[in-house]
Design a protein around this ligand. Structure first.
Ligand SMILES: *Cc1c(COP(=O)(O)O)cnc(C)c1O
Length: 455
């Protein structure tokens, strides 16, 4: 299997090279040259592994990571899920006859991004070993990506990781997860500005080919190909574990920011797993809600919310969706992306309307939803997951993806239900010193920092 760019101007690469490269040199995002078409026999092989998460993940990823020997890949994946605190890895809880919650927060940083970033960290480690090269990982985060990336690479020899985040705009516990690791290869960079400012400075740093090559830079934001692929697996796992009746009709309801999570589910559907549909649940930063209700994709200012990991206005994975929606016409993708860059707006003529629905949740509604879910089901959801409980379908089953542990957002939960959930992993962090580096969201300052600290 080879990987090509959504913009069509990068030679096809192997899985490992596409993963190591991150953003394609032509500015596009990597995708498989062709998607596999899973037939009934393959679905049966998956089904036999539905209670073995790491085994299922291997059976899925072996179709994609074809340049890694199978036994090596199996070991990388097995190791990645040993850091999770429950044997099911992604428990599927049933709250009512047609309401399920897929808990994606039992990894080391208590949010869904661990699913991909534990695997990515071990893939990087494997590559460093095979190539005898070091790797410097650079990413921007609005909260959970950064800590999950850091915990994917924590203390791994031959790697360093630099994570930019908007100072004061992540939750205090998210910041602690990044800045209290004590690991020498981890650098938490607090910038003055928003997540989009951080991401835009980062794009510039990656745009400097010479610098990028010299330091073996790799991106770890939600655009990395390995993330999207690893995330397909929990949709597959959940779908396989649904009761027969719910399988055909269930809609996956996904708290959404950069579109990376829901994109993975949608790609799995394109590979032949018959998932009925997806609901894109946004917070008050609703670019994707507007897209899926009106067809218009247009930028607006970020308004900080109680669900900070969804506080984005430009969705970086959108380009992959665009590529498929434009019939894989890379010239059209280039044209649309360049128009979008200058006008901040694009109107879709054609997209998969049958598969997608959308909901939007204001900050003012979040505590009320947390309270209602607690009263109705005795179940505590975090503020991101709460957004997905807005306007649930009455005529089909829903599988809500619980993207973070409520213990990460004690203030909002206390306001909603008068008590604070806790988690031992977070209690440990509170006793550790916080080490962060304040820096301007300026490409030159970032490069200077990397130059001084790279491996
Ligand atoms: C990152 C994140 C999201 C948004 O995921 P995307 O892939 O950006 O759509 C939602 N909830 C939580 C808790 C997150 O960390």
């Amino acid at each position: 299997m080879r990987y090509t760019s959504t913009r069509g101007q990068t030679p096809a690469l192997s899985f490992s090279d596409a993963v190591a490269t991150g953003l394609a040199p032509d500015g596009g995002l990597f995708l498989p040259e062709t998607l596999p078409a899973f037939d009934a026999a393959q679905l049966a092989r998956f089904d036999a592994l539905k209670n073995d998460y790491a085994g299922l993940c291997f059976e899925f990823l072996r179709h994609f990571a074809t340049d890694i020997p199978e036994e090596t890949l199996r070991a990388i994946i097995a190791k990645s899920y040993t850091t999770f605190s429950v044997p099911e890895i992604a428990p599927l809880k049933q709250l009512s006859p047609d309401l399920f919650v897929l808990e994606l927060f039992h990894g080391p940083t208590l949010a869904f991004k661990d699913f991909a970033l534990q695997v990515l960290g071990n893939l990087y480690e494997h590559q460093c070993r095979v190539r005898g090269e070091s790797i410097n990982v650079l990413g921007a985060t609005s909260g959970d990506t950064g800590s999950a990336a850091i915990h994917g690479l924590l203390g791994k020899p031959g790697t360093a990781i630099f994570i930019l985040y908007p100072d004061g705009r992540t939750s205090p516990l998210q910041e602690r997860q990044m800045a209290c690791t004590g690991a020498k290869n981890v650098f938490a960079l607090a910038i003055d500005g928003t997540f989009d400012d951080a991401q835009s400075a980062l794009k510039d740093v990656f745009g400097d080919q010479e610098f990028r090559t010299r330091y073996h830079l790799s991106a770890v934001n939600s655009i990395n190909l390995a993330r999207v692929l690893a995330q397909c697996v929990y949709y597959l796992s959940a779908w396989l574990r649904l009761p027969e009746g719910a399988r055909a009709s269930a809609e996956f309801v996904v708290p959404t920011g950069n579109f990376g999570n829901v994109l993975a589910g949608w790609m799995l559907q394109k590979m032949g797993v018959p998932i009925r549909g997806f609901k894109v649940a946004t917070n008050q930063n609703d670019i994707l809600h507007r897209l899926f209700t009106t067809g218009e994709y247009s930028v607006a200012d970020v308004r900080p919310s109680l669900a900070p990991s969804m506080d984005i206005q430009v969705s970086s994975n959108f380009e992959r969706f665009l590529y498929y929606s434009l019939g894989r016409d890379t010239a059209r993708v280039r044209e649309v992306m360049s128009t979008f860059k200058t006008t901040g707006r694009y109107v879709f003529e054609n997209f998969d309307r049958d598969t997608f629905s959308a909901s939007r949740c204001d900050d003012a509604e979040i505590p009320g939803i947390i309270k209602r879910v607690y009263q109705d089901f005795g179940y505590i959801v975090d503020p991101h997951t709460a957004c997905a409980f807005k306007d649930l379908s009455r005529d089909r089953a829903s599988v809500v993806l619980a993207t973070a542990s409520p213990a990460k957002f004690p203030d909002t939960i206390r306001e909603a239900i008068g008590m604070e959930p806790t988690d031992p992993a977070l209690e440990i962090l509170k006793a550790r010193p916080l080490v962060k580096h304040k820096i301007n969201a300026d490409p030159a300052a970032i490069k200077a920092f990397i130059t001084a600290n790279a491996v």
